[in-house]
Design a protein around this ligand. Sequence first.
Ligand SMILES: [Fe+2]
Length: 295
Amino acid sequence: MYWIFTGRLSVEHIEVAIADLPTSLNGTKIVLMSDFHYDGLRLSEELLAQAIAQSNQAEADLIVLTGDYITSDPTPIHQLALRLKHLQSRLGVYAVLGNHDIYYRQSKSEVTKALSSVDIRVLWNEIAYPFGSQFPLVGLAEFWSREFNPIPVMQSLDRSIPRLVLSHNPTTAKILKQWRVDLQLSGHTHGGQVALPLVAPLMKLAKYQSVIRKKIPPQVREWLPYMKRDCNRLVRNWRWMQGLHQIGENQLYVNRGLGTYAPGRIFCPPEVTIITLTQQKNAEMGESLYPLANM
Ligand SMILES: [Fe+2]
């Protein structure tokens, strides 16, 4: 999509404190990208090239991708994989899949194969250890797939060990509250796409959209922006549309994504996130926020 409808690429720098982060990992830099929707329509080659260049410029320790590489037809993933092959990071590139990556029966395997062919490791209810055994990386299956099941992976981790979780849909943060999640990285929402300043981001009005939508005949809804789908079903917690959130003891960061749906973005530019992890200081207690015992 032409930049005038999306806004220029925005590189967000955030610092996230992690309890019990090993000293050797203090200052670890992670680049996060999401929601490419590489289908010839929703993401321009220019924006993609800029995002890859910015990611490489950050000299990240790790690059993570949180899904929606394509929109429906999986064919463009092969072209996208050739672009993503140029991503550079010290410890590699890890990814999870989004709802659009499992749209057709064959999509999941085609997307996974294409990304794997350029050394991007796709995690589907799996744990990887790019940072070593003291800071695991969990990648969950897509929330809307039948295989979304965080129980085995989350329960297999010792609660005294900090961990990073990749999950396309931020709604999962509510389910993951029962486990320790030092930092969850998500996408899916595209930041709401329309975020007018001084007015609550419009997508927060999802509950009204749902009511209004029911009153519009289905054949008319198809042609109206934001009426095709029930926004309440799309994302359960629109307050987690973008940015960093504290959810109980857990932390969630939602990236606004790179691809854009019609009618475009307003004050909600496409995003590359550069995250620096720091050791959380608990000076008063000198202790971890997380008790050693498993829940
Ligand atoms: Fe998306």
